[in-house]
Write a protein that binds this ligand. Structure first.
Ligand SMILES: [Zn+2]
Length: 501
């Protein structure tokens, strides 16, 4: 007998954690963060405490109170028992958005994580370049783990370092599309779908007495719509008893696609002589591709952040442009010096004889950033200030401060992201507006964003075509909009949350 328990994604967009239990085997479909619950109790400066392990998360139902799934270092530190064996056979990750994957951080390292190659690269980018305290998705750094002092090596400055970090690799299993694999006794197949980042997949899960289709997040209007269309065919052939379907935009009936964003943006940018600036979601390489094309169409070069350069370098082509086909923007940090413009030298200040400009420059940057510092295609605020018409500058929220150095004149600002849908986002969006106003840049939002999610008409037609016995609407605030399907003989079951908030 198969049980399906929902620990997130119920009456909310995201936070998917679905536990499928069979007689001998069990697996999670995604293990993501619920933004709405997290935002309800926490904010940038009111964060869960690491010292309390999982307890600050279970307190508010952000994590389920289950045995045998959490990391040993956290459990032991809080005097909770750590089982000798994991209680689940694996976690299937549909894609690398945080509402589906963020809480991998809390899982034991011996639980296999099944993931597509693209999702792996995105999570690796986040882990290598990020600075959050709860971002150990690929490697787990043992916390509260002390190395005896006599074993701690002295650092280059002849001081003893705080301790050697104990890193453990997670059991990551890279999955191939359309190939069967097993999780415990359960047979699983990954079917690629199109969503607003690379590597999204749906899963076909065969427990023996239930055939379950899990859609993950998907759309039919992206650059890889053929993936989603093929998914519908495969899912239908699977003759599922159950579909667990996303319903983010179940109440909408239209879409904006990448091709139309490219066309609208190209027109706007070609009629502008100043610096064209664009803000787009950082993991959405398809949106990046749209603006890469916009730059090409308008004889400009796209300038990307160090983070995006790092991610594209990991992707190494594979359908996306390579880093040497664009400009990499290097911001000023700490000392704020760049090669030839060491102010201390220019002003004749005394510096030790070992002083070198490049020394300063390197020291300002993290290891992963350094490889981009002296590339031929590296640019700084001076390039954008002096030749604004040559560039399309990718400038995210945290990069707005670059505008102070760049001093853009007669430019244009394209906001290619979802419109704010909660108070925190409204706050940030108002800040964007204030910055853009300050620099007299027209703010363009109209026609600049397309969703990663299928609309209601497409979702209902998809489920009709797949034709399961029952459907669980998740990842939606409007599950009742699925009721139309009852006319087609499909049982619409509202999932219940197996966790108290
Ligand atoms: Zn999602």
């Amino acid at each position: 007998m198969t049980n399906i328990n929902f620990y997130g994604g119920v009456d909310e967009i995201g936070g998917n954690k679905v536990l499928v239990n069979d007689n001998n085997s069990s697996l999670f479909l995604d293990f993501g963060m619920s933004f709405s619950t997290a935002n309800k109790y926490f904010s940038e400066f009111l964060q869960p405490r690491k010292a309390n392990g999982i307890l600050d998360f279970t307190e508010f139902g952000l994590l389920p109170d289950l045995k045998g799934i959490y990391r040993e270092d956290y459990l032991r530190h809080c005097n909770l028992t750590c089982e000798s064996e994991p209680s689940v056979d694996g976690v299937l990750i549909s894609h690398a958005h945080m509402d589906h994957s963020a809480y991998i951080h809390h899982l034991r390292e011996d639980i296999p994580i099944f993931i597509t190659p693209e999702s792996y690269l995105i999570l690796k980018t986040l882990e290598d370049t990020g600075s959050t305290s709860f971002g150990e998705m690929i490697n787990l750094k043992k916390s509260f783990h002390l190395t005896p002092k006599k074993n701690v090596k002295k650092g280059p400055d002849n001081r003893r370092s705080k301790g050697v970090e104990c890193m453990v690799e997670r059991d990551i299993r890279i999955i191939e599309p359309y190939k069967d694999f097993s999780v415990g006794d359960v047979k699983v197949k990954s079917i690629p779908v199109d969503h607003s980042l690379p590597g999204a997949t749906a899963f076909l899960v065969d427990t023996g007495d239930e055939a379950i289709v899990y859609t993950g997040d998907l759309r039919f209007h992206g650059r890889r719509r053929d993936f989603t269309e093929k998914f519908v065919k495969e899912a239908k052939k699977f003759k599922p008893t159950t579909v667990i379907s996303e319903g983010t935009r179940i109440d909408k009936d239209s879409n904006v696609n990448e091709e139309s964003i490219e066309k609208t943006a190209s027109n706007l940018v070609s009629n502008n002589r100043g610096l064209a600036i664009v803000s787009f979601p950082v993991r959405d390489l398809d949106r990046f591709l749209t603006f890469y094309n916009v730059a090409k169409n308008t004889d400009r070069i796209i300038a990307v952040s160090l983070k995006l350069a790092y991610m594209l370098n990991l992707f190494n082509g594979n359908g996306y442009p390579r880093v040497d086909e664009m400009a990499v923007y290097v911001p000023r940090k700490d000392w704020g010096m760049m090669g030839d413009e060491c102010l201390a030298c220019l002003e004749g200040n005394w510096l030790p004889s070992s002083h070198l400009h490049s020394y300063h420059t390197e020291q300002d940057y993290k290891n992963w950033e350094r490889k981009f510092l002296n590339w031929d295609n590296t640019i700084t605020y001076r390039d954008l200030h002096e030749n604004p018409g040559d560039y399309l500058f990718g400038c995210d929220f945290f990069e707005l401060k670059e505008l102070i150095d760049i001093k853009p004149e007669n430019g244009i600002y394209l906001y290619s992201k979802t419109e704010p849908f909660n108070e925190e986002m409204e706050f940030d969006f108002q800040k964007v507006k204030n910055w853009i106003d300050h620099f007299n840049l027209p703010l363009i939002t109209e026609g600049m964003h397309g969703s990663g999610h299928a609309n209601g008409v497409e979702l209902l037609n998809m489920i009709r075509e797949i034709s399961p016995e029952k459907v669980y609407p998740i990842h939606t605030e409007k599950p009742e909009e699925f009721n139309n399907l009852t006319d087609d003989g499909i049982n619409v079951v509202y999932p219940e949350l197996s966790i108290k908030k």
